[in-house]
Write a protein that binds this ligand. Sequence first.
Ligand SMILES: Nc1nc2c([nH]c(=O)n2[C@H]2C[C@H](O)[C@@H](COP(=O)(O)OP(=O)(O)OP(=O)(O)O)O2)c(=O)[nH]1
Length: 135
Amino acid sequence: MTERIVVVAAALYDGDRLLAARRSAPPVLAGRWELPGGKVEEGESSEAALVRELREELGVEAEVVARIPGEWPLKSPYVLQAWTAHLVPTSPDPKPLQDHDELRWLAPGEIWDVNWLDQDVEAIRILERLRGAGS
Ligand SMILES: Nc1nc2c([nH]c(=O)n2[C@H]2C[C@H](O)[C@@H](COP(=O)(O)OP(=O)(O)OP(=O)(O)O)O2)c(=O)[nH]1
């Protein structure tokens, strides 16, 4: 069986605003926007990986809420999974410490104002649908 490595990404909300992060590397992805996160390490749960990545990349303390249904192929052997999350009340504000050079909190009408990575678009669409259904 071929190896399969999960990349976990966070739809991090502050109220109804969603955090988008602009990648600074590698060159092929730089300048495009994504849900922050990273690779799950061996023996690590997806939730623990997400909390760790958000701490490393943004300097925040986050709590994972729920998995967004679906899974999206990235460059083999990676697949993308996404989770909703929020900051714990004592968390510092996010800062682009690693992998990103800009962050934006997107209000509901601003979701498509950034140039999302192609592979993230379906996850963002699902989020928008879930949000629509919930409001
Ligand atoms: N974090 C994240 N990565 C994504 C998304 N969409 C997408 O194609 N990717 C790709 C970019 C990278 O090739 C890979 C994740 O790498 P990463 O650089 O964020 O993960 P990492 O921190 O664990 O990486 P590393 O520096 O330890 O190698 O998945 C997304 O929404 N979030």
